[in-house]
Write a protein that binds this ligand. Structure first.
Ligand SMILES: Nc1ncnc2c1ncn2CCOCCNC(=O)c1cc(-c2ccc(F)cc2)cc(O)c1O
Ligand SMILES: [Mg+2]
Length: 214
């Protein structure tokens, strides 16, 4: 079957990374994206901001919107305390198939539940189907025009606890103007912008960190 970029990225992981070593998987993907083919992973520069937010928060229950090849899934899962879990939603079955193998190669599969489907349909199922009470942390990295509707959905479904942190990728490039306007003007959130660059480039991008105040 035709080789695709995610499949070539997976081959680079299997060739260059050590099974069970998440850091080697992360650096193998970063090397592939810098020296072979750009891909839309959060990358190493924004990735270290993601790491510091997750490490500080120590979330018990996390949600990732947009798995792609599993790069940020591995970045988050490797930092989670024992017993903590990460649910990651991916719409594209080909991406999901590659992500499952990247996540297993890194050895973090026991902390991760990858669910295939559109976020808009899956978020309302989080409580009864996935046994989630509330999320402590949400990483938004899927369709940029879904950030706002899915945030409203999380609020309406009572899935955000007081103090929950939303971290949104790509708020500058490709950009999420409606989400930024809402979250920065809402009295229910305390937001802060972390300036950075679009993965593997010099183009400006950044992460918006928002704490839900209840
Ligand atoms: N479960 C779900 N429910 C709904 N939708 C879902 C879903 N799962 C996936 N999707 C949708 C697709 O997800 C991928 C979204 N990510 C991006 O599009 C993205 C693009 C760029 C980029 C591209 C080109 C440039 F020139 C400059 C920047 C950079 C990034 O960092 C990006 O994250
Ligand atoms: Mg992104």
């Amino acid at each position: 079957t035709r080789s695709t970029r995610p499949k070539r990225l997976l081959r680079a992981v299997q060739k260059n990374a050590t099974r069970g070593d998440p850091l080697s998987v992360i650096s193998a993907i970063d090397h592939f994206c810098r020296h072979s083919e750009w891909a839309m992973n959060v990358g190493d520069e924004k990735g270290s901001i993601l790491d510091s937010v997750v490490s500080e928060l120590n979330p018990n229950t996390s949600l990732e919107l947009g798995t792609y090849c599993g790069y940020s899934t591995v970045r988050i899962a490797r930092l989670l305390p024992p017993g903590a879990r990460l649910i990651t939603l991916e719409f594209n079955p080909d991406y999901a198939a590659v992500a499952r193998q990247v996540i297993s190669w890194a050895g973090v599969q026991d902390k991760v539940e990858l669910v295939e489907g559109p976020s808009g349909d899956l978020i309302p199922q989080m409580k009864e189907r996935f046994g989630v009470e509330t999320f402590d942390f949400v990483f938004l990295d899927h369709w940029k025009d879904r950030y706002l509707p899915d945030t409203n959905l999380l609020e309406e479904c009572g899935l955000l606890r007081k103090g929950a942190v939303l971290l949104a990728d790509n708020v500058i490039c490709p950009g999420t103007p409606e989400y930024l306007a809402y979250i920065r003007n809402s009295p229910r959130y305390e937001s802060r912008y972390f300036q950075s660059h679009l993965e593997y480039t010099k183009v400006e991008d950044g992460l918006e960190k928002s704490v839900f105040l209840g």
